[in-house]
Design a protein around this ligand. Structure first.
Ligand code: ACM
Length: 533
């Protein structure tokens, strides 16, 4: 027993050492290029390009969006390097430096793909769309020494980029994370930081669960009571506080900050279940039973209020998607509610499942008229799916398969591989979590397209999302601990091709990424010792 322990410990030591060494090696020219998520094609050349105070960032065409991307890069580089690079546009053809160029003929790269070429003279990033340029910059960032992530000036580092040729584009268009400020409020400043971490990983959707029975976190001007009452309720830890909601101005700032990092904010206004906070503000949305959780669908006033809420949400969030929840709706209240039973009779519905579908369809109609697509958890399949709805599969993958077969777009986030509120190591040594067990390796192993689907049906799988529910996530720092590096693994699942996937290779690259996260001040969970398969 004792011998085994010693042996085990020395394996740990060697593994830890190899993690450190690989990170050190990454600092040597020629060894860099440990990028997460892994690019599609990468060819290493000889030599390197060195950033100096003379380096200029050129953007073309000279649109405000391209200038903003150029300035984002300059602002990113400035603190660590001390370089204040100028962003110019248009440029004379032969200048060297960092060239960011839209080439509309590069349609094959899609909306988010890019080509990055580094020679000893400079770096060129070309893409069909600005998002592609932005992702090329995220790759360039990981080609630079890790110290570039420092927010203080670092002396004695040569800011070199290895000569390289990279062609890259994502496998999936939806690469998301969910945060739950309803259970424990998360500050706007934390969301900015989280969006920055997501952007480095080329994650592009931040789903905010803004309402639940423990809190209503978004200001709705026409119904001020929602935050006056709903943001003052005890949170999941039983505490109350002031200002635990986002004002509409906060939302605009979050949306703008995220848009500058090519992250869309997907608002979730949960209904008809998980709606206790809304009912506390508007008791007329309780059933005659009256059970706090599910909105009374028999009452026209419920429809009117929720449409009023969505009318403001639609104006606040530019994303084409609005999530209406739809999960875990307790239907017992409806069974004993005279108004809901009347609705079932009048609308000739079979049961309470169909009553939920009736409500979801009405919400969908409202959203579609306002130019938005409805997203809901897979329970929205139960009483018949609304015509244009997007389904987020969480109770396994069954819902995703059914929706894709019916020709509906799908987001995959099964609890088995995507629930970041689960433990990520032995319970005894981890902070309190909701339950389950989801290791980093298991996230990395996830394959989002179920085997049961034909190639044609598979096209409806829009991508993947990691869900960090907030019952036991009381602070931003703890959200970081639960999200990364599992989110790093998920980013690779969402972006990189399936072929050649290797846990050992991912783990090797992860060492470098974690050093970057250290410098960014991210409280990630240190991975367990490597277990090569
Ligand atoms: C869910 O986790 N209840 C969607």
């Amino acid at each position: 027993m004792h011998k085994m322990k010693v042996c085990f410990e020395s394996v740990i030591l060697v593994m830890l050492l190899s993690l450190v060494l690989s990170a050190e090696e990454a600092q040597k020219p020629g060894f860099r290029g440990k990028i997460i998520p892994k690019p599609q094609e990468i060819q290493q050349g000889d030599g390197m390009f060195t950033l100096t105070e003379k380096t200029v960032i050129f953007v073309r065409p000279s649109t405000s969006e391209m200038k903003a991307i150029g300035q984002y890069l300059a602002d990113f580089l400035a603190p660590a390097t001390g370089l204040k690079l100028k962003v110019k546009s248009p440029w004379l053809s032969k200048l060297s430096g960092i060239v960011l160029e839209i080439d509309p003929s590069r349609k094959a790269l899609g909306d988010e793909g890019y080509v990055l070429t580094c020679t000893q003279k400079g770096v060129t990033i070309t893409a069909a769309k600005p998002a592609g340029i932005f992702y090329g910059i995220q790759t360039l960032r990981q080609l630079l020494p890790v110290q570039v992530e420092s927010r203080q000036q670092v002396e004695g580092v040569e800011w070199t980029v290895p000569c390289v040729s990279i062609k890259d584009q994502p496998r999936f268009r939806w690469r998301g994370m969910l945060l739950d400020p309803a259970r424990h409020f998360l500050s706007k400043e934390f969301l900015f930081k989280y969006i920055d971490i997501m952007a480095m990983h080329k994650l592009n959707r931040l789903h905010l669960h803004l309402t639940d029975s423990q809190g209503w976190r978004v200001e709705i001007k026409r119904y001020p009571g929602l935050v006056e009452v709903g943001a003052r309720l005890p949170n999941f830890s039983g505490k109350t506080g002031e200002g635990w909601f986002y004002t509409q101005d906060d939302i605009r700032q979050i949306v703008t900050y995220a848009a500058g990092r090519y992250v869309a904010i997907i608002p979730e206004i949960e209904m008809p279940g998980h709606s206790g906070a809304a009912q506390d503000a508007f008791p007329e949305m309780l059933c005659t039973s009256p059970l706090r959780n599910s909105l009374c669908i028999g009452n026209d006033r419920t429809i009117e209020i929720m449409e009023g809420v969505l009318a403001e949400v639609v104006g606040l969030f530019p994303s084409p998607y609005v999530h209406i929840g739809g999960d875990e709706c307790n239907k017992a209240g409806w069974k004993n509610c005279t108004r809901c039973q009347t609705r079932i009779r009048v609308e000739k519905l079979k049961n309470e499942e169909e009553l939920q579908s009736y409500f979801v369809r009405r919400m969908e109609k409202f959203l579609n008229v306002n130019g938005k697509m409805l997203v809901g958890w897979d329970e929205i399949l139960e009483g018949g799916l609304a015509p244009n709805a997007v389904v987020q599969s969480w109770r396994g993958v069954k819902g995703g398969i059914e929706a894709a077969r019916a020709g509906h777009d799908v987001i995959m986030s099964p609890t088995s591989h995507c629930y970041f509120d689960y433990y990520q190591g032995p319970k005894e040594s981890e902070p309190r979590a909701i339950g389950g067990n989801l290791t980093l390796e298991k996230v990395y192993d996830y394959e989002p397209v179920p085997e049961e689907l034909t190639p044609e049906q598979s096209k409806y799988i829009m991508g993947v999302q990691g869900n960090l529910w907030g019952e036991y996530v009381a602070t931003g720092s703890h959200a970081e601990y639960m999200s990364f590096p599992r989110g790093s693994a998920l980013a690779e699942v969402g972006w990189s091709v399936r072929e050649g996937k290797s846990w050992a290779d991912f783990y090797d690259r992860l060492g470098t990424l974690l050093r970057r996260l250290d410098l960014m001040g991210v409280n990630y969970r240190k991975p367990d010792v490597m277990r090569v398969k």
